[in-house]
Design a binder for this molecule. Structure first.
Ligand SMILES: C[S@@+](CC[C@H](N)C(=O)[O-])C[C@H]1O[C@@H](n2cnc3c(N)ncnc32)[C@H](O)[C@@H]1O
Length: 211
């Protein structure tokens, strides 16, 4: 297993994420990606959605609670997180056919197409050498005209770089360069793409259409 995925399986990400959710619920705060999920869902209509690296499925729950999709496929390589997301999503959304595939996106055998795609802070773990291949694969997994919401972590110094943090490897891109890579793969960046500061960090947020 690659060390980043092992770090997600053995580290405290799950506890941290659930604790953050609990604190927000206790304070009656909106979910972290509330506005972005709204913006994304205002674009999509219905059908089948795929998520790359859903972790425990917190964002997926928010997305599925809106009742737009009939199937949800999560591609989650960390076994523990895959099991949690499967339980959380299956129990909450009986009317959605939920499938969690325990695989990296690099190894995932894409044999179907989706109407919507989400990847929040997961493609940052794909090695630079595989990212173009992965973006082409993601485009190929989308029906023509499908919408995607992708979030990448942004470093202050920007540009292409790699960082090891808490056992995980992160690959960072310059915003415009990543946008060009998406375009080259067949994703058109729509209005609303931006770098946003949120929760004390910076993020690159892309709303895309498969063209
Ligand atoms: C920072 S977490 C984000 C989880 C969730 N999307 C969220 O925003 O809370 C990164 C997730 O990506 C997954 N991941 C790491 N490498 C991956 C890869 N190569 N393909 C797919 N998912 C990956 C991890 O297991 C983890 O669940």
């Amino acid at each position: 297993m690659n060390k980043t995925i092992q770090a997600y399986d053995e580290g405290d990400f799950l506890d941290w994420k659930l604790q953050k959710e609990k604190e927000r619920n206790d304070k009656d705060d909106l979910p972290f990606w509330h506005d972005e999920i709204n913006e994304f869902l205002s674009l999509v209509s219905t059908g089948d959605i795929v998520e790359i690296g859903p972790g425990p499925g917190i964002e997926a729950r928010q997305i599925l609670s809106r009742g737009k999709f009939s199937t949800y496929t999560g591609i989650e390589p960390a076994l523990k997180l895959a099991k949690i997301s499967k339980l959380l999503l299956r129990d909450y959304y009986c009317d959605v056919r939920v499938e969690i595939v325990n695989s990296t996106i690099e190894d995932y055998l894409a044999d179907r197409k989706f109407n919507a795609l989400v990847a929040v802070c997961s493609l940052v773990h794909v090695n630079f050498i595989f990212i173009s291949e992965v973006l082409f694969k993601l485009r190929d997994m989308c029906e023509d005209g499908a919408y995607s919401w992708i979030v990448m972590n942004e470093r202050e110094d920007s540009g292409l770089s790699k960082t090891d943090y808490q056992g995980k490897t992160f690959y960072f891109y310059d915003f415009d360069d990543f946008k060009k890579m998406l375009q080259k793969s067949g994703f058109k960046t729509l209005e609303g793409s931006k770098v946003i500061a949120k929760g004390g960090r910076n993020w690159q947020v892309f709303y895309l259409k498969a063209v």
